[in-house]
Design a protein around this ligand. Structure first.
Ligand SMILES: *[C@@H]1O[C@H](CO)[C@@H](O)[C@H](O)[C@H]1NC(C)=O
Ligand SMILES: [Cu+2]
Length: 226
């Protein structure tokens, strides 16, 4: 999860998030390269004696500084598009979780089993235990098994919300009258947090998401308790 002094991404929990972090690093390298070159050129221009001030054209350099940025843009665009399509990949998900945004809480349905439906409100600061996180803990957590391909369906009851878990690389808009889908594939057990990511009203900041990633056996036992 995000903790103090973190300035980069959270540790990846899904293959797609690993790809996203790699893409971020890749793009940052290009960015640093461009920025240093531009700064170097600005400084050397300032320090120069302007001994080419009669220069009118330079076909070669024009060609180079037209082609080079174009190539750089392609080098950024290709992996970006690859990940964009990977985000939509889905084949035969085993479990479907449905998340419905409300003002201001999430409700969930596990309709593969019996009719399991519950609401998930943020725990108020007075109610949290010492080992829980303020503004991130909910009263009813959702659980999903890891190493299993599952699916998340997101919709809304009232206004637009957004269901997000950064460690999983998932951010899906919850629009009323529309069901958006995403795939979940978690690579390890753990507790993953997210918050609504679309300004949805007064208590937008107070409708977090808490997801438990557990093994299949514990998941089935958890499901049986409903
Ligand atoms: C937002 O949540 C707080 C705490 O649960 C509640 O007291 C307040 O009435 C809520 N605001 C609105 C506009 O419903
Ligand atoms: Cu919101």
């Amino acid at each position: 999860m995000a903790t103090w002094k973190m300035i980069s991404f959270q540790d990846a929990v899904s293959p797609v998030m690993e790809q996203l972090i790699m893409f971020h690093d890749h793009t940052m390298m290009i960015l640093i390269m461009i920025t240093t070159t531009v700064i170097y050129m600005m400084i050397s221009l300032m320090l120069s004696k302007i001994n080419n001030r009669m220069l009118l054209e330079g076909q070669m350099i024009e060609l180079i500084w037209t082609i080079m940025p174009a190539v750089l843009l392609i080098i950024i665009a290709l992996p970006s598009l690859k990940i964009l399509y990977m985000l939509d990949e889905m084949n035969k998900p085993l479990i479907t979780l449905k998340a419905i945004g409300h003002q201001w809480f999430w409700s969930y349905e596990y309709s593969d089993f019996k009719k399991i439906e519950f609401e998930s409100y943020m725990k108020q600061t007075n109610d949290i235990n010492n080992n829980e996180f303020r503004l991130l803990e909910v009263d009813n957590r959702i659980a999903m098994p890891f190493n299993v391909k599952s699916r998340i369906l997101v919709t809304s009851y009232d206004v637009i919300h957004s269901w997000t878990i950064p460690a999983l690389g998932i951010k899906i808009d919850a629009s009323p009258g529309r069901i958006n889908q995403g795939s979940i594939f978690m690579t390890r057990p753990g507790l993953f947090f997210g918050q609504c990511s679309e300004i949805c009203g007064a208590n937008h900041s107070f409708m977090p998401i808490t997801l438990e990633s557990i093994d299949m056996k514990s998941f089935m036992e958890w499901i049986k308790k409903f």
